[in-house]
Design a protein around this ligand. Structure first.
Ligand SMILES: [Zn+2]
Length: 459
């Protein structure tokens, strides 16, 4: 068979490989030949056909023993058929003029505003496999180019599976890159001081400065920064009243805890066992300032923050919180172990009348005023105050959640859902049957008051 070629262009010179393919009537390839001679390189004898403008050429291919050929396909292009050819014919980036350097096997070019451009890579052997920066190439794709130099490694594997060649594509994007900025917000829980952040929007890696200014009578107790996923961001105390952190890739929230300085304005100043710096100092300040709790009435000027809270003390806290309504103390005599002249008589009588605390259900008629209050008992009381809501948390999230008493399940489930009760920081356990210290009880009341305040303000 003889194939005639003609270059129809007037002046443009072209070089290509002539491939003749014989197919049967179903389109299956029977035999294939090419003008290119594999293994040769350069020179005039490599079989590639070069045509100047308007030139013609002619080549004869002989297929021996083929009888069932139904169709002939002829191509003249960059393509070659040899199994071990891992060369690239060309690389194109839409809108970018690329030049090829043989010494470094690099296509390079530059352009403006190359946000996304189509990249096309053509191997000489159409069956060669290509990977760009390790990712398989499956035809033209859109590539985002950042500002400055973008470098890609192109590895071509010949159809024989072993011959490879490595090329590079380097595209310079001349548009300056404007990095995104993320919000630095200040927690709306901030109390007893003012917090300023600079800048209020920052790029990833930028240093952000936090300047807290406490109200009179307060100190900076701690600065925490959390990222968008709730993870802590490292904060540096600069020692001059400011704090800094490095902006992560995403928005952050800054929370400054202002704590009492123990000075003249401190409500617990007269209490000798509530030192500034203890976690409960500000909690006790709150409980004392709102009349919920006070120090012991024995002249010792102590609060007993680590003493266990008794059932009578809880009744007294609630009675105080309710504003000490008028009640007949003798009503307390419905309980076999409470006298009407006890310090807690009115409080217990009131708590019982309101249905918030009941005596023991064991036929003894006891209230147990001096018994230690358990965490699940506290949950029951708060649940009743809240009107016995239906909300339930999952107790199985705590290793000891199943230790909860059956009569307290609804209340503890609710207390967990509202975070009134939380697991211990160190063990994650819920401790439903554990007692509470007076400081812990004050903290629960404060948390509940905060939650009610948030509800009223719609937070
Ligand atoms: Zn204080």
């Amino acid at each position: 068979m003889t194939v005639d070629l003609q270059n129809n262009r007037l002046a443009q010179k072209t070089t290509g490989n002539l491939i003749v393919t014989l197919l049967d009537e179903n389109g299956n390839v029977i035999a294939q030949q090419q003008s290119y001679k594999p293994g040769t390189s350069g020179g005039d004898d490599n079989g590639l056909i070069t045509l100047d403008g308007e030139q013609t050429a002619s080549q004869t291919f002989t297929f021996a023993g083929v009888t069932n050929a139904a169709q002939v396909r002829v191509t003249y292009s960059d393509a070659v058929l040899d199994e071990n050819n891992a060369e690239l014919a060309r690389v194109e980036v839409d809108g970018v003029s690329l030049t090829y350097d043989e010494a470094t096997k690099t296509w390079a070019g530059s352009g403006d505003s190359l946000a996304q451009k189509l990249v096309t890579i053509v191997p000489k052997n159409p069956d060669a496999k290509i990977a760009v920066n390790g990712q398989p190439y499956n035809g033209s794709y859109l590539q985002a180019f950042g500002s400055g130099e973008n470098r890609f490694e192109i590895v071509v594997t010949a159809p024989d599976g072993t011959t490879t060649a490595t090329y590079y594509l380097v595209v310079a994007n001349n548009v300056p890159y404007v990095p995104p900025t993320y919000e630095v917000s200040i927690s709306d829980e901030t109390e007893h001081g003012v917090v300023k952040v600079s800048p209020s929007r920052a790029t990833a890696g930028q240093t952000v400065t936090v300047t807290p200014t406490p109200d009179e009578g307060y100190l900076v107790g701690g600065v925490t920064v959390t990222d968008a996923e709730g993870n802590p961001v490292a904060v540096t105390d600069e020692g001059d009243g400011t704090f800094t952190f490095t902006m992560p890739r995403g928005k952050v929230t800054v929370e400054v805890r202002f704590t009492c300085d123990g000075g003249e304005k401190c409500p617990s100043r007269h209490l000798v066992d509530v030192p500034v710096g203890e976690w409960y100092h500000d909690v006790v300040d709150w409980a004392v300032s709102c009349g919920l709790m006070s120090g012991y009435d024995d002249g010792s000027n102590t609060f007993g923050p680590d003493d266990t809270l008794t059932r009578a003390q809880l009744a007294q806290m609630m009675y105080n919180e309710a504003g000490k309504p008028e009640i007949d103390a003798s009503l307390v005599k419905r309980f076999s172990d409470c006298g009407s002249d006890a310090w807690y008589a009115k409080a217990v009588a009131w708590a019982a009348r309101e249905g918030l605390m009941t005596g023991y259900d064991d036929g003894s008629g006891r209230f147990g005023p001096n018994d230690e209050l358990t965490r699940e008992q506290l949950a029951v009381v708060f649940w009743r105050i809240a009107g016995e809501p239906d909300e339930r948390g999952d107790l199985s999230q705590f290793p000891d959640g199943s230790d909860t008493s059956s009569w307290a399940l609804d209340a503890v489930g609710w207390a967990v859902a509202t975070e009134l009760l939380r697991g211990y920081d160190n063990t994650g356990e819920l401790g439903p049957g554990d007692d509470l210290t007076r400081a812990q009880a004050a903290a629960v009341f404060m948390r509940q008051a905060d939650a009610e305040k948030d509800e009223k303000t719609g937070d």
